[in-house]
Design a protein around this ligand. Structure first.
Ligand code: UT7
Length: 335
């Protein structure tokens, strides 16, 4: 019986810090509004010419994870890459990582599950390891949001939230029972697909068609989010999927040593913390510094929690995510 364990974590965020005050120079917003509604103080944005892209940031995070896992790139059996902001429409970022890192011709899968992307990707990797097919899988979540946001007042309810960055994990085969990824739980509800979406350019919404459909307006190739609707669904689904994970492993809320929620909005994390009566030490948040980095948010947060000694051997760690799709997911890990 094989289990899978996270043997190394890595992260990368661009050096360029963008504060709320910086954004207020571009649009009608202010530090007080952003902090009060989201908890965000600053985020990182790729700077033109700094050489970063979604795939490149993924590579930087992956290199750190490999070093910490003490394995070589030649030991990687598969790459699973989660992003909603790939460098190209096709092919996906997974093959770019394979090429940039000089990894042999292993399979590279791209996962498109937005804020739940990393937990979905972890689940894919976990299945391949548990069935005995692969030994080491590189799981990456990376986003270049800043390249595709509307930084005018029109886009302010979306663009102040998101930031760029990448996180990565090496998932490795283990034969120690009761350790590693205990279970993952994945859900989706496509009826709300357009409540948090980017319609085009796409095969249904090529630019000429977008112009034809919106002759009087700017072309809607920026993300759309029905913020309050997303928020209301998020708090319900976060709670459900955390409880589902605990129940599947006969655990109680009090067994959680560390909850790492997707960093969607600090208010959502605080709502969950209060609902489950968790202490500040039991919930990790870093949205204040990075904003919402979608598929990268959980691996960056988990990596930092581990670096700060807040996730230790034997701890019960719960990852939980909710986002566009709608999709939501959790993972229960015995570290
Ligand atoms: O990670 C994927 C999942 N995403 C989420 O979970 C996000 C969930 N939603 C949210 O986090 C929140 O809904 C937001 C942070 C996006 C928005 O907060 P809100 O409290 O729902 O604000 P709102 O959209 O209802 O807007 C309230 C007011 C509006 O003005 P009026 O109509 O009351 O005059 C907005 O125009 O705030 C205005 N507003 C802003 N003001 C200053 C919207 N964005 C901004 C802004 N700065 N950046």
């Amino acid at each position: 019986m094989y289990t899978s364990r996270i043997t190394g974590m890595g992260k990368y965020v661009p050096e360029n810090i963008v504060t709320n005050d910086d954004l207020s120079k571009l649009m009608d917003t202010n530090d007080a509004w952003i902090q009060e509604r989201t908890g965000i103080k600053e985020r990182r944005h790729i700077k033109k010419g700094d050489g970063n892209s979604t795939a490149v940031m993924g590579v930087k995070a992956a290199e750190m994870a490999l070093e910490r896992a003490k394995i070589s790139k030649d030991d990687i059996d598969m790459i699973v890459f989660a992003t909603l902001s790939p460098d190209y429409y096709f092919p996906g970022c997974g093959v770019q990582v394979q090429e940039l890192m000089g990894i042999h011709t292993c399979p590279a899968i791209d996962v498109r599950n937005q804020c739940s992307g990393f937990v979905y990707a972890l689940s894919v990797a976990d299945q391949f390891i548990k069935t005995g097919m692969y030994k080491n899988v590189l799981v990456i979540g990376s986003e270049n949001h800043s390249g595709g946001l509307d930084f005018t007042t029109r886009g302010r309810s979306v663009s102040v939230i998101f930031g760029d960055g990448a996180g990565a994990a090496v998932l490795s085969r283990s034969e120690v029972e009761g350790h590693g990824i205990l279970s993952t739980h994945l859900h989706s509800e496509g009826k709300h697909a357009l409540e948090l979406s980017l319609k085009g350019p796409s095969t249904n919404h090529w630019v000429p068609q977008l112009i034809e459909e919106n002759p009087q307006e700017d072309i809607p190739y920026y993300p759309y989010m029905n913020g309050q609707f997303v928020f209301k669904n998020a708090v319900v689904r976060f709670s459900e999927v955390i409880m589902e994970g605990l129940k599947a492993n006969n655990l109680e809320v009090s067994d959680i040593d560390m909850l790492v929620p997707h960093q969607a909005n600090l208010r959502i994390s605080q709502f969950i913390q209060k609902k489950f009566q968790l202490s500040d030490d039991q919930v990790y948040n870093n949205i204040q510094r990075y904003g919402n980095t979608t598929a990268a948010s959980i691996p960056i947060a988990l990596c930092e929690a581990w670096e700060e000694g807040k996730v230790k051997e034997g701890d019960t760690v719960v990852l939980a995510a909710f986002g566009s799709g709608f999709t939501w997911a959790s993972a229960v890990i015995k570290w």
